[in-house]
Write a protein that binds this ligand. Sequence first.
Ligand code: GLU
Length: 478
Amino acid sequence: MSHKPLNEPSFRESVDLMFNRAVKLLDLSPGLEEKIRVCNATYTVRFGVRLRGKIHTFTGYRAVHSEHMEPVKGGIRFATSVNQDEVEALAALMTYKCALVETPFGGSKGGLCVDPREWDAHEMEQITRRFAYELIKRDLINPSQNVPAPDMGTSEREMAWIADQYNRMHTTDINAKACVTGKPLNAGGIAGRTEATGRGVQFALREFFRHSEDVARTGLEGKLDGKRVIVQGLGNVGYHAAKFLSEEDGCKVVAVIERDGAVMRPQGLDVEAVRQHIMETGGVKGCPNADYTELGNSVLEHECDILIPAALEGVINLSNAHSVRAPLIVEAANGPVTAGADDILRQKGTVIIPDMYANAGGVTVSYFEWVKNLSHIRFGRMQRRQEEARHQLIVDELERLDRYLGDAWSMSPGFKEKYLKGADELELVRSGLDDTMRIAYQSMREPWHTREDVSDLRTAAYMVSIDRVAQSYRAKGL
Ligand code: GLU
């Protein structure tokens, strides 16, 4: 849990403050700035579900921040802490995120005040379907208007229920599956969606480390290999980011912070084993081959190279920003650094790879899923074998050369198999995500490097996004 001081602005105000900092550096026509900043509408619903012999009333929200492009997009969060201010802040972040990674959506977010651990699967299904019913009835879930996805406390299970609920209410809509993303593969989902946000964090870091001038601003040197990483929150996003960075990029995950404390190991933790332990026991306490502390949040202040907050908003705030020692923070969560903390860290020279970029992998692959649903065909189905046949032509020629040249030349071991294999959906999704993350980073680093008045990546990211949203409004004649 965060210990956010009471004198800090709310999450939504914090997002607005960051927006204001950036918008001042742009030359927008009068009034457009406010039009972009404000949340267009927030729908609140209270509904009852009969469970365990009594009616329980739940409160849910769906905020629509900007409809400059439709459908609007953003996850649905299930947590007891959900409130209007939070969904509005998250909806605004969705607008900027989608603009930054060029997914053709406006921003939205939903939430339901519920503790998913309190109810069994059947009860959760009843609650989810009822919430979905309320939103579908008002076109707040709809393939062409508003397309939710998973967020904290929800996963592909809930998305499958929502998709089915929409289908029951729109039996003749041929595009019904596109009403929600993050569905299981067998219910119209796409390969690689579950890992997408964590994979995006990995691609973001890889791209950052391709630019040595950018790395130099952190005071770090070299490549990702060997970097010490602290991850806060080993949920879907934190787990995948930690797993990929440690298994594929040589990073050492030196600490994992969870609800019940933190585990540490200077030589690097076995991410898979920590995850397994959390699944079995509900926490990190007692995790083998690691030191444990109950004071999880104090570990945010430990020395490391890269700090990855991947859980709640506001965990780095006025109370601890001064003590954060990591030179590089990657915001895998939405809004983990408050506006006040952001000021402190900026002054200290900490480089922050901002949320709207760092965690955009989820919505990027959601976009691929939505397109797949609308096109009614799996990616690669038409091209894969044709690609393999063309590759076969080259391999045949190389084999001929091989025979002709004898010992003087031969194909490298494994080349033939690797080259021959056409890309499947997962590979195509990862390639599309990688490309998206690289291009978005480059557009964001441009103002960071070329403008004297832009000293951080967050302001740069906001500028790129706001400018794109403004262009879209201008094109509409607003
Ligand atoms: N909830 C995720 C996010 O905050 C994914 C949203 C989506 O895929 O629409 O970006």
